[in-house]
Design a protein around this ligand. Structure first.
Ligand SMILES: NC(=O)c1ccc[n+]([C@@H]2O[C@H](COP(=O)([O-])OP(=O)(O)OC[C@H]3O[C@@H](n4cnc5c(N)ncnc54)[C@H](O)[C@@H]3O)[C@@H](O)[C@H]2O)c1
Length: 370
């Protein structure tokens, strides 16, 4: 068993997505046969006390060990001389427009950061975070959950090693329906300044995944079209993008929140010179197929490989976590810190996906320079 001290985590933002972080932290807080305790939640930050209380009463963490703060400044000021109460990692799960300032604050206070997507809302801000992380020898991981879905990492590895030839193009549709109530939950939702619409918020995961599978080629040009069809929001609830990349690689995106909320779905297709990959998630159910150039279906081989590697690295207890990619993100971040390597959804993935979103918006005539 590993005898390293558990990394101390502060969670800024106690809303919807925080639940996924807490499920992950619960797993990493409990002793794992192979790894021991890897994380310890030490602080909750949210200006709304009820939001903090919901978490304190809901997840079985010991209240005695968790400090509460209204804002990150308070936490850093209070603990400036107390290394026991200084976090190693700040997880930022606040409205999107706050990611940049809070990540900057955390990096400047010598913490690693887990930033929910999007990494920032302006490219210059994302690039500044990259620089700051490099200067301070800190890691940034971005909440690009699709990279951490079962099997995807193995397929991406094989594509990168050339097993299926050269990636030619990809198509992706994200039909992540939300009704008006979703947007009315909080004033930041659906605004251009704080959130963005179906492209910046919902489709950025898919853009990240597709760009990764296509080999992270340089963006040459983007065509974009957006519309706000059925919701009372400032941003788009429907968008289309066509991206041309270096080396004649292409990507087409359809992203919307206009579809039936009870049946969210996303589907992905990547064509390579020696095979193709299809994946889908529909109402929580994941499907996929991988064919090689001889028409051989490799799906079951990948499932076996994924299960064996997870049991080998984590043990059987991890199998129940496979539906919560945030657990895999934390495991990756903690390991990247211990072994001084970049995590899978690194700062560059945050920058690249933001670049695609902003290029689509720009071609559609929307500026995101707030
Ligand atoms: N990776 C994913 O799967 C995923 C899923 C959903 C949301 N997200 C992202 O997570 C972020 C939060 O989304 P959400 O749905 O949880 O929003 P939410 O509105 O439910 O929660 C945001 C929380 O942040 C708190 N907050 C606001 N200002 C704060 C501050 N200065 N300091 C600390 N806390 C503050 C709010 O009080 C609220 O409790 C967004 O950027 C969103 O894009 C990611």
């Amino acid at each position: 068993m590993n005898n390293r001290m558990p990394l101390k985590i502060a969670l800024a933002g106690c809303g919807r997505v925080a639940d996924k972080h807490l499920k992950a932290l619960n797993y990493l807080t409990n002793n794992n046969k192979k790894h021991g305790q890897r994380a310890e939640l030490i602080a909750l930050i949210d200006p709304v006390p009820q939001a903090r209380q919901r978490i304190l009463s809901g997840y079985g963490f010991s209240r005695d060990n968790i400090q509460e703060y209204d804002c990150l400044e308070d936490m850093f000021e209070t603990n400036v001389n107390d290394s026991h109460m200084k976090p190693d990692i700040v997880a930022i799960t606040t409205p999107s427009s706050q990611h940049y300032t809070q990540a900057k604050q955390a990096l400047e206070n010598d913490c690693h950061v887990f930033i929910e997507k999007p990494i920032a809302m302006q490219l210059e801000h994302a690039q500044e975070l990259r620089l700051l992380a490099e200067q301070n020898y800190k890691k940034i991981v971005v909440g690009h959950i699709y990279r951490y879905f079962p099997v995807i990492g193995l397929v991406a590895q094989d594509i990168a090693q050339g097993m299926f030839g050269k990636p030619l193009y990809g198509t992706v549709s994200v039909r992540w329906g939300h009704d008006q109530t979703y947007y009315d939950q909080a004033t930041w939702r659906g605004t251009r300044e704080h959130d963005g619409g179906a492209i910046m918020n919902q489709s950025i995961h898919a853009l990240d995944l597709m760009h990764w599978l296509l080999g992270e080629p340089e963006l040459i040009s983007a065509k974009g079209a957006i519309s706000t069809q059925i919701h009372r929001i400032e941003s788009e609830d429907l968008g289309f993008g066509i991206f041309e990349f270096a080396d004649d690689r292409w990507l087409m995106l359809e992203g919307t929140t206009n579809t039936e909320p009870a049946r969210p779905e996303a589907s992905f297709f990547v064509r390579l010179t020696q095979g193709d990959v299809k994946a889908g998630i529909s109402s929580g159910r994941i499907s996929f197929s991988v064919f090689d150039s001889n028409g051989k279906q490799l799906k079951n081989r990948y499932i076996r490989r994924e299960i064996f590697r997870r049991i080998k690295t984590e043990g059987f207890s991890y199998l129940l976590q496979m539906g919560n990619p945030h657990t895999a993100i934390y495991i990756d971040l903690i390991d990247s810190i211990s072994n001084d390597r970049q995590p899978l959804a690194d700062v560059v993935s945050g920058i690249n996906s933001l670049k695609l979103v902003l290029a689509l918006y720009q071609d559609a005539g929307v500026s995101y320079n707030h």
